[in-house]
Write a protein that binds this ligand. Structure first.
Ligand SMILES: [Zn+2]
Length: 313
């Protein structure tokens, strides 16, 4: 049986909030089977919890934010969610003492490191996957994203379209047959990116006060500004794919299907997931009861994990 997963033990991390620039503390606690991913704002009295699900995504400006019906928000969840997808964690309590998760280094790698180091355990319930049964497509002018049936696991094919001297045309398309290891090796370190002119605008309006060269790739009109350059030659398209992995895991179920997209972003990815789920003819929930059936997706294996992790950014 392919089983649900959670963390082996509680682990914490600290970092900077992208919006506020203030220090944020987050802790990750093991949760029982069928809990899902539950975020709790521990800075509010009483605490407010929000279940991570596609309908709770109500703001996709700058990042993905979960917002409850009273307007309580938890922002910048997408890179964490991508890391949960790769490690196969479908049950977790995430306690955070601010309206946003720490941005860490702008990628998913710190969370992958934290979860691999802490260890992931299997629970006594079968893991539920969403298998795409028929094509679902959403569009926004020339941008589009679609999910198609796929024999086997989760395949991603994404194209971006930037006309910028530092963004090579040859490096604006990427395809990946998703496994936890391939995510960790090929996508997880890709950082979010932005343009200098946008940074100046945002800072003038007191937005993204925590954004810096420590947690984003910044481009001026000609170059990458970061002194150490890029982590991958195609870091831009890889980060967009990382975002899509996180956006499509907002209900905590791994997708069995093919994702294809052109110039997509958080808003369109969320619209696609909602479109998939709004008609039960589009998908089926499947479990794998025997290991022979479990050909779906390999998640990061953390059985050899040792020691206790802690992270501070
Ligand atoms: Zn991102």
């Amino acid at each position: 049986m392919t089983r649900q997963r959670t963390l082996r033990q509680t682990v914490a991390a600290t970092g900077i909030g992208l919006h506020s620039g203030a220090k944020v503390e987050v802790s990750f606690r093991p949760a029982p089977a069928n809990t899902g991913i539950i975020y709790t704002r521990t800075d509010l009295n009483p605490h407010v919890s929000i279940r991570c699900e596609p309908d709770a995504v109500r703001d996709t400006q700058l990042c993905t934010a979960l917002v409850d019906l009273n307007g309580v928000r938890i922002s910048t969840v997408e890179h964490l969610t991508a890391a949960l997808s790769a490690t196969g964690i479908d049950n977790l309590y995430v306690d955070v003492n601010a309206p946003e998760l720490p941005i860490m280094d702008g990628s998913a790698q710190p969370f992958i490191y934290l979860f691999e180091s802490t260890g992931v355990v299997e629970l006594d319930e079968p893991k539920r996957y969403l298998r795409v049964l028929r094509k679902v497509r959403v569009e926004d002018n020339e941008k589009w994203a679609e999910l198609n049936p796929n024999e086997g696991g989760f395949q991603l094919d994404l194209t971006i379209d930037f006309d910028h001297p530092a963004m090579d045309r040859e490096l604006q398309h990427f395809r990946l047959d998703f496994t936890g290891r391939r995510f960790a090796d090929e996508l997880s370190r890709a950082r979010t990116f932005c343009f200098m002119r946008d940074v100046e605008y945002m800072h003038a309006h007191h937005l993204a006060m925590g954004g810096s060269l420590d947690n984003a790739v910044v481009l001026d009109d000609y170059h990458v500004v970061n002194p150490d350059g890029l982590r991958y030659p195609d870091e831009f398209v890889k980060h967009k794919m990382l975002d899509a992995v996180g956006d499509l895991y907002m209900n905590g179920h791994s997708i069995l299907g093919q994702f294809r997209a052109f110039k997509t972003g958080h808003a369109l990815n969320n619209k696609l997931l909602r479109a998939l789920l709004c008609d039960e003819a589009n998908y089926e929930v499947v479990v794998f009861n025997t290991s022979a059936q479990a050909r779906a997706i390999e998640f990061l294996d953390t059985k050899s994990a040792v020691g206790k992790a802690s992270l501070s950014y």
